[in-house]
Structure formats: structure tokens, C-alpha cells
Ligand binder design. Structure first.
Ligand SMILES: C[S@@+](CC[C@H](N)C(=O)[O-])C[C@H]1O[C@@H](n2cnc3c(N)ncnc32)[C@H](O)[C@@H]1O
Length: 194
């Protein structure tokens, strides 16, 4: 499945954006959150698993894309903004029709993620630790939870401040027999599928 950016996401995200970020260009970039919105719209996920939630902008974009008809599990250690998990939870709960939980866990300290059998993560988003080792660790954590339909989204693949992530992600995909679609978004996004 191919995705494209849908430009009307910013007006939908606006009520959830933290005041001090209103002027930030990444929020309004024509090819950033619109891509997540389109992925949510086209995938119609039964569940979304996200490592790296912060204030929930990417999560909200995907959830708004599928009109809230999904369940959400997030993991975030609040390294950027203390208290961000509560803000994200409140925002997501106001639009989601299913369940929402966000756990404050540093993924560097865990070897696996336990999910209930009922939770079907048709979208997984990895956007947390931006070192190569950290990203690969997170990809290995989510790999067992991919089903035949899952879109595994990985962000910041050509971010100038995090060089090498895109190549490391391609290598991970090759080693695990996953297909890769690369999108020329704000800082590069890859979507891995079985
Ligand atoms: C780039 S922000 C996520 C942005 C969010 N996906 C969005 O687009 O709105 C990265 C987040 O990952 C979290 N993070 C970074 N390293 C982490 C780790 N090892 N374990 C858990 N969370 C981590 C940070 O606390 C931060 O909130």
C-alpha cells in the first residue's frame, strides 16, 4: 500500500498543539503529519503501537485518520518533556473510540514488550531513541508484534542530526525479510512491511 500526505491535518491537530509550539514549522510541513494521517486513513488499524509519543501529535494524526476507530498503546520515558504522557493521554482519549494507554518505560531497559492477545497492532511507529543502536533495539522490540498487515513506520530516516539511521533501518529490513518504502517527508520516513 502506498501513502501520500494529506494537507488538512494541521487544522485537525491545532486544538492539541502545545501553545509554545504553534509557530513551529514542522507541525505545518506539507509532508509530515499529513503522511501519518493518510496512513491511519488507509490502514484502518485495529491497534496502533507507538514508541516515542511525546505530546501525541503523530498518534493523533493516525487516530484522526481512522476517525478514532482503533486502540492505542504508547511507550514514552518522557525524556524530552516531563508530564508529556498525561498531555498525550488526555488528547488521545478525547478522539479515540477504543482504548488508550501510555506507559512511562525506557525501552533501553527492556528486552520485550508484552501485549494482550486482543491488541492487534496494524500500525507500529518507532520514533524514540535516535541513535542507531537505540533504534535497532526498538525495532527488535516491535518485530515480534508485526502481523501480515502491519505497517511499521520509522521516522527521521534522513535527519541531518542523526545520520546513518536510514541505512541502519534498511539493513534491519533486509536481515528480517521486510519490504521498505521510503517517503520523502520532512526528515524521511520509512514504512516496513512483511
Ligand atoms: C521525537 S519525540 C516523539 C514525537 C512524536 N512521535 C510526534 O511526532 O509527535 C521522541 C520521544 O521519544 C521518547 N524517547 C526517547 N528515547 C526513549 C527511550 N529509550 N524509551 C522511551 N522513550 C524514549 C522521548 O521521551 C520523546 O518523547
Amino acid at each position: 500500500m502506498q501513502f501520500s500526505s494529506k494537507g488538512d491535518i494541521f487544522d485537525k491537530l491545532r486544538p492539541f498543539i502545545q501553545r509554545y509550539e504553534i509557530g513551529e514549522s514542522f507541525l505545518q510541513h506539507p509532508n509530515y503529519y499529513g503522511l501519518y494521517y493518510d496512513i491511519g486513513m488507509k490502514m484502518k488499524p485495529r491497534g496502533i503501537l507507538e514508541i516515542g509519543v511525546r505530546f501525541g501529535y503523530s498518534a493523533l494524526s493516525m487516530i484522526l485518520g481512522c476517525e478514532g476507530k482503533t486502540n492505542f498503546i504508547g511507550i514514552d520515558a518522557e525524556m524530552y518533556n516531563p508530564g508529556s504522557n498525561s498531555v498525550a493521554t488526555e488528547s488521545i482519549k478525547s478522539v479515540i473510540k477504543g482504548t488508550c494507554s501510555i506507559d512511562n518505560i525506557n525501552t533501553a531497559h527492556i528486552k520485550s514488550i508484552n501485549l494482550s492477545h486482543e491488541f492487534k497492532p496494524d500500525i507500529i511507529h518507532v520514533d524514540a531513541c535516535h541513535t542507531e543502536l537505540g533504534m535497532i533495539h526498538d525495532l527488535n522490540l516491535v518485530l515480534p508484534h508485526m502481523n501480515d498487515h502491519t505497517a511499521l513506520i520509522v521516522d527521521d530516516m534522513n535527519h541531518p542530526g542523526h545520520q546513518g539511521l536510514g541505512a541502519a533501518c534498511d539493513e534491519f529490513a533486509r536481515e528480517n525479510g521486510l519490504s521498505v518504502d521510503t517517503y520523502d517527508s520532512l526528515t524521511g520516513t520509512k514504512v516496513l512491511t512483511k
